[in-house]
Design a protein around this ligand. Structure first.
Ligand code: PLP
Length: 381
């Protein structure tokens, strides 16, 4: 049995939707994008959803439209995808890295409280692997600082906090539809918000800063431009795929939760292994993957475990391969040294991400559970 870490779940329905769009002649600015936005807003429980070309584009737009730039400071967890920090850099603002909680991998609230919150202009909580951060604490700190809260929801579609969806818990959220995330639109992302002004600004700036979108133009080809903007649109093919995928999300989330619990149960019998919980306080995970975290002292060799899994046909990944401040770009730019973000550095060097996606099925989950148990036992001291 060969099980890849992730596989886009595409079948005839997506293929038919793509074919229909290609035959229609409307490849951008069409009804598919609009329909996907409406359906996604309803799923997340927000008033506005704006389709964009990627999660990164959505995060960037949120900072851009609020004028966060040179001289501003933005809190970013030290353990996340580099995109969360890069958008801050692209704006010329300064990322303030905060270490993560060893119990969850999410922003460490005590470390956040220790910052001088007066100088903070935005906080970007990342719901690590799909488990929502402690948003009550983060919102309190943000409101004291007068800071904007932008949720990085790349792995959090379907996750909830106090019964509300990730993406509805801050000023806005940005989701990813990269091929191996919960659902795909090939490439793509979605910004969600209840704030009408923010939504309108993002909508305008994702398309060059046009003063009117296509439907509002009285004479074809005539528009004015009263602001700077990007081309960060989603196209109609992407939206058609995303819309079909969204219809399958609930089944997939259930299968992910089942797969996660089968594998987590097997791992609970092993010594020295950390597995993050899928529920903490008011937070419920969307189960993006299952991180197996090996001891910080290196007593179990990660490469050896990963090789053992490859030999048993299991594909793995690493989320993420380094604490962001330890990547060469950030180290050289800000002079960070090893040991400044101990928890994020531990995760960067000692995690293995196991698959829990719907492509496993119940048999696949059992297979991963057995294989990982054997692979760890083979190399444990
Ligand atoms: C994948 C990922 C991103 C980037 O998503 P794109 O859609 O590829 O831009 C951002 N943040 C996190 C936490 C991610 O996992």
């Amino acid at each position: 049995m060969q099980i890849p870490f992730g596989r886009p779940n595409i079948d005839d329905e997506e293929i038919a939707a793509v074919t229909e769009v290609l035959r229609s002649g409307t490849l951008v600015h069409g009804s598919q994008t609009h329909a996907f936005e409406e359906a996604f807003a309803a799923r997340v429980g927000v008033r506005h959803a704006i389709a964009v070309s990627s999660c990164t584009a959505g995060l960037h737009l949120a900072l851009f439209v609020r004028g966060i730039g040179p001289g501003h400071r933005v809190v970013v967890p030290a353990m996340t995808h580099v995109a969360t920090a890069h958008v801050v850099e692209l704006q010329g603002a300064t990322p303030i890295f905060v270490d993560v909680d060893p119990a969850t991998g999410n922003l460490d609230i005590d470390a956040l409280k220790d910052l001088d919150s007066d100088g903070i202009d935005a906080i970007m909580p990342v719901h690590y692997l799909g488990l929502p951060c402690d948003m009550v604490a983060i919102r309190r700190i943000a409101s004291e600082a007068g800071a904007m809260v932008i949720e990085d929801c790349a792995l959090a579609v379907g996750a909830t906090y106090e019964g509300r969806s990730a993406g509805s818990l801050g000023d806005c959220g940005s989701f990813s539809f990269y091929p191996v995330k919960h659902l795909t639109s090939i490439e793509g992302g979605m910004v969600t918000t209840d704030d009408g002004e923010l939504a309108a600004a993002i909508r305008k700036r994702r398309a060059f800063g046009y003063n009117r979108d296509l439907s509002q133009r009285t004479r074809p080809g005539i528009y004015d431009v009263d602001a700077l903007g990007f081309n960060y649109r989603m196209n109609e093919v992407e939206a058609a795929v995303g819309l079909v995928q969204l219809g399958k999300l609930e089944d997939w989330l259930e299968q992910r939760a089942r797969n996660h619990s089968v594998i987590a149960e097997a791992l609970a019998t092993l010594d020295g292994i950390t597995v993050f919980p899928s529920e903490v306080g008011a937070a419920r995970s969307s189960h993006y993957c299952l991180n197996l975290v090996l001891p910080a002292d290196g007593s179990i060799d990660r490469d050896a475990v990963q090789d053992g899994l490859i030999a048993r046909g299991i594909g793995t990944s690493i989320h993420y391969p380094s604490a962001v401040p330890m990547f060469t770009y950030y180290r050289e730019r800000y002079g960070y040294r090893s040991g400044q973000f101990p928890v994020a550095e531990w995760l960067g060097s000692q995690t293995i991400s196991l698959p829990v996606g719907p492509h496993l099925g119940d048999d696949g989950a059992q297979h991963v559970a057995q294989a990982v148990t054997a692979a760890v036992q083979d190399v444990a001291p």
